[in-house]
Design a protein around this ligand. Sequence first.
Ligand code: ZN
Length: 447
Amino acid sequence: MSLCSQLCWSAERDTSSLLRDYIRLDTTNPPGNEALGAAFFAEIFAAHGIEHEIIKVAPGRANIWARLPGGEQPVLLLLHHMDVVPANPARWQHAPLAGLNDGDYLHGRGALDSKSLGIFQLQAMLALKALGKPLNRDLIFLATADEEAGGQYGVGWLMEHRPELFQGIGAVLNEGGRGDVRGGKITFGIEVTQKLPLWLKINASGEPGHGAIPRSDSASQRLIRTLAKLEQFAFPAQLLPGVKTYLNKLAGDFPPPWNERLSNVEALIESPQQMAELREFDHRLHAQLRSTCAITRLQASDKINVVAAEAWAEIDCRLLPNHKPQQALESIKAALDDESLKITPLLSFEPGISAQDNFLFRGIKHSLAERYPAATIVPRMAAGFTDSHFFREIGIPAYGFIPVILDAEQARGIHGDNEKISLANLNFGREFMQRLVEQVCIAESGR
Ligand SMILES: [Zn+2]
């Protein structure tokens, strides 16, 4: 693999070739193999004389940390994850790990989530080093393993085994928010909080037997009745202050009656009819207004003529950030109303919200407003979760923002088929990240 030359970060072409090489490293999780990514970055840091360390966690699993030293101001941490979710080549236009550039787009798994972010952060760090000016704070780059599977080999491991790496950090820049274009209007969402996963396993049991002579009350039947109740159950709709601001600012971009309804969200959440219509109209917006549960896994007998003694389902609930997991669990148990079921939490996080009064949040807003004065910039809540929750839980502010502007089709590529990034976004992302990091880390710009 060729090394970065001094001009490595100076042109869009080079962002594109760096990202292409990164996409070609197969870091599909499972199994991850993020050690490939760590070696890729280590080679570049070594060539540029930047202090770095590969942190091996398990065979094939590694994280990499790098640092530019600076003054006493709170440290800025640039974070992204090296692993990607699997892709089914049969459903893709181009091979998912080929990094094909068709002139308008660079195609590949990770093009948006989140290898492009890693390349933007890398180039910003190299550019800052090349400037040679004194920094007012340390700048840390951290590329991690295992985000897509929960971070056990990544941020979760590092926080437990290498807590010193996170001392003095004043802000984390991670994935989570971005620019969206709808009807020609751009909205930038900076993610400051996320819904909390509460993953549950429900086990039902009953007498096993032969499929030819069924009873009326098998494990499968109990489970199906339980899930039917869960389908009828909904947590109450609720309007958080940040979500209200977010929806009010977006309202004007929507056609009637949604422009009116989203300007008056208090009335919307009071109407079960309108909430049901909102779920049909835009299930993403609906998920901003209530805690939800999705039935995602089911299993009973593995033979057609055998009535199983046990049947189970896994349920992916996502709670609004002020919803206590224990309270949500009690509501679900009350709705299912069956003492014989075993309900086990598999995963649950504590809430965390990052303040908007932070040097990084202000820096992102300022840099965006400079470049896109007509765009709307809003703090937002993500429906999914990222590694940011680890930081928020221990009081380190984390902000989710990938500097790209996507239309609905491009956004569908994230965890979907045909993930790709436009060359225009590669330019924007590189320039934005470089400008942001300079602004936040260079003493003369004051801050
Ligand atoms: Zn991601």
